[in-house]
Ligand binder design. Sequence first.
Ligand SMILES: [Zn+2]
Length: 113
Amino acid sequence: MNDARPLELQVCRHCARVQYPAREVCRDCLGGELERQAVDSAGELLSWCRLHASLEPWFQQRLPWIVVSVRLHAGPVVLAHWSGDEPVIGQTVGVQWTSDHEGRDVLTAQARG
Ligand SMILES: [Zn+2]
């Protein structure tokens, strides 16, 4: 994972709800004016798991691999790849967009002091 970029997510122009994943309309007010904006990248680590198997050759060479669930302070709950020491439930983490080994946008998270 590389190419870290600030966390931008879809925000409703009508009610200001931040939503993820992106949708055609706002899940609260059904408004259709949504735009991608920078949002607070901090959140609380809700849960995590350590993967010991994968069908993807790239991940097979890097196992075990940790994936976390984070409730962003901006609202949405996201799944993200983890980097760093073993995560602790409840800890404050930072989330950002990065590019995976095939150039796809993925979310990554790490401990935030
Ligand atoms: Zn809305």
